[in-house]
Design a protein around this ligand. Structure first.
Ligand SMILES: Nc1ncnc2c1ncn2[C@@H]1O[C@H](COP(=O)(O)OP(=O)(O)O)[C@@H](O)[C@H]1O
Ligand SMILES: [Mg+2]
Length: 264
């Protein structure tokens, strides 16, 4: 099969009438890992939520294509079925639904009726992936994210990634709240997914994650759009010098989105 492509074209996103994402363009191919870096408040999470179909985010212009199919015309569950996965910056807690039931439903939702994963296969896979992520088996019977620490939630998001095996994943601040050991475990999980059938967009404002997951491309986001792109060396430079040099180079005074207009 041909390599998959996720293409974001001239995307504009509004929240409550104010434009947060402006003319955002990005193309990711299967096998590639891209990173979006940027200071807080530059629209990174808005981008991720809009692509996944969060109802609060109003897409006023542009398109998102997954292998030539219009993602924006799909329902949220159709997006998952088509192979998109989002690990949220702040995962929700769902009381009364065990982690294990949630994951099995999510896997089966992507499969045809009558072709559900067998309970044995599911358990074996979940055990193996939890081992790989150094998660205690008790997490499979706990309610989804309820009472999980920040780091445990992040591990659990990566567990979902490994269980669901999407074509494309968007990982929003998957490194926040992780100590260095957990960071390595989570990074190994993402690296294990690397294959021509998997493309990934990692959103982070710290470079340290990119010491463990080497991105093919790095993009800097300011004012709701990509203002600079480069290779892994760009992340290294940001670690050493911060973001100010980019602002100077491009004549950007306020990198945050939505504030400049308000001040003016
Ligand atoms: N749910 C929301 N309601 C209102 N404004 C929002 C909401 N989400 C984001 N914004 C606005 O969009 C800006 C960008 O936020 P966000 O996408 O979370 O940035 P980042 O992830 O880069 O820190 C925020 O500063 C805020 O003004
Ligand atoms: Mg964010």
């Amino acid at each position: 099969m041909a390599v998959s492509t996720l293409k974001i074209e001239n995307l504009h996103v509004e929240i409550d009438g104010s434009e947060i994402i402006k003319d955002f363009n990005l193309e990711i191919k299967g096998g590639e890992i891209h990173a979006i870096m940027g200071p807080n408040g530059t629209g990174k999470s808005t981008l991720a939520s809009a692509i996944m179909g969060h109802p609060r985010y109003d897409i006023t212009k542009g398109n998102v294509w997954l292998d030539g199919e219009n993602v924006l015309e799909m329902d949220v569950d159709e997006r998952a079925k088509a192979g998109l996965f989002l690990a949220m910056q702040y995962p929700s807690e769902i009381s009364g639904v065990t982690n294990s039931d949630f994951m099995r439903s999510a896997i089966n939702a992507k499969r045809e009726e009558g072709n559900e994963i067998s309970l044995m296969k599911f358990i074996r896979k979940m055990d193996a992936k939890m081992d790989a992520l150094e998660m205690d088996q008790s997490f499979s019977q706990r309610y989804l994210n309820e009472g999980f620490s920040g780091g445990e939630k992040k591990r659990n998001e990566i567990l979902q990634l490994l269980m669901l095996e999407p074509k494309f994943a968007i990982l929003d601040e998957i490194d926040s709240g992780l100590d260095i050991d957990a960071l390595k475990v989570v990074s190994n999980g993402v690296n294990d997914m690397r294959s021509p059938d998997f493309g990934c967009l990692i959103i982070t404002h710290y470079q340290r994650l990119l010491n463990y997951i080497t991105p093919d491309k790095v993009h800097v986001m300011m004012q709701g759009r990509i203002v600079k792109s480069g290779g892994a060396e760009l992340a290294q430079r940001l670690e050493e010098e911060g973001y100010d040099w980019i602002k100077e180079e491009l004549g950007i005074e306020n990198e945050k989105v939505g504030e400049k207009e308000q001040e003016a």
